[in-house]
Design a binder for this molecule. Sequence first.
Ligand code: TNX
Length: 528
Amino acid sequence: MTKLKPLLFVLFIALVFTSCKEPVPMDLAKENLIPKPVKLEATGSSFEWNKHTQIHIQTGNEEAKKIANHLVELIAPATGFQPKIKELKTPLGSRGISLILDDKFEKLGKEGYNLTIDPRKISLQAYKAEGLYRGIQTIRQLLPAKIESKKKQEGPWLIASGNIEDYPQYGYRGAMLDVVRHFFDVDEVKQYIDYLAAYKMNVLHLHLTDDQGWRLEIKSWPKLTEIGGKTEVGGGEGGFYTQEQYKEIVQYAADRFITIVPEIDMPGHTNAALASYAELNADGKARKAYTGTRVGFSTLATNKEITYKFIDDVIRELAALTPGEYIHIGGDESHATKKKDYIKFIERVQKIVLAHNKKVMGWADIAAAELDKSAVAQFWQTKPKNALKAVEQDVKILMSPATRAYMDMQYDSISPLGLHWAGYLEVDKAYNWTLEGNVEGIDKEDIIGIEAPLWAETIETMDDIEYLTFPRLLGYAELGWSPDQNNSWDEYKVRLGKQKTRFEFQEINYYQSKLVPWAEEKQAEMKE
Ligand code: TNX
């Protein structure tokens, strides 16, 4: 008993010290959040996340529990903490971190959230689980950069205090990955999904078929992948996703509140299908496999019935794998299809997609046809003629102008990767525009959002993907999320520069643009 006394005394002193420790003064307004939140108010103090910190959710709230688990996964590797998730009747106000769903926040929309941080507690509240998920990305960015490390780091893990109210300006904020020109496997696509999730993006468009390959198993037309799945640009072995693997991607994305929009490009960009099945060609002869990078030479036989049987089968199988509302039918650069045939074709394919209870998305070229009002035209070309035709039909626009949003454009003339048919696209030019101001005649109410495509003619590895994606992706995330009046390149570039340490901890191969003031993010530096 007497032996225990000094030990108890030490413990008592330690307790007194830890509980009386003054919170470190910090300035939430100096944090480098991307995308920038709608409203932010700093209160000059901080919350310390330590090994005792618990996460609280409402009793029985399975949705909040999922998000709590995501948060644990996010912070566990670097902090070494395994926070307990505790269910409480009324978690609001309790010490620690609470994740709460409340209809009161309906006004912030399904992705909106409210975050309050004080020295005792953090409360993240939202109308829907999606909002909580977007909100934990904010908590992640408020933690020191080393939170991104996969190896355990030393604390302290401080979060500046204050209030954030946040919600997106556009409901569609995405990127496109071309898995055809070079194939990327399931793990690489999952990694890409994680990158999108970190910046609150909510769509990944997968370009699944093109001249150089067919990347999704279609059970009723097995040769599409047996033959068409085995090629890619440059003669590599290609690859494809089985339906099981594809479902795994869709689920992985859904768990992060990201929708997969699958694209079957037609009637052009179809050489892989035309090589797999002779009957899809007007002359009934199978085409040779193609591994070059030219565009605009292939077309399905738009006047043969078998073509529509084929499309119906493909769309039926794909629709069954697609929880999202859209199926993308491509429709770009069909230079080998006569205009009148193209129009008839798009109108017939649109009917097929609608019959399978999905909405049509297509490159804006499809606006040559009469479109259903539920369709979405993706603006990509350097001239807006096609997109304006869509607006005339009351069809909504997805903004992906190549001159601003194509992540496969080289940054400058010495960029080792990328193309430049739409010009060079430095980080400032990629950020310094607004969706609604981009084309006269395309107004905010015509636009569903932004998507940044990454075509894969020149990229083969995850490092290559990262080089073209980072840092431009962060700018697109902000253009889609933050109100326009919040956006200024001079202010943004400082916030972007401070991502350097985060990129490094994640070992992201980012392009170190000279236009960005790259700097270490040090908590002490930000908070006086
Ligand atoms: C044009 S963008 C294409 C793609 C190419 C891309 C390269 C679009 C709808 N079609 O087939 O990969 O340029 O930047």
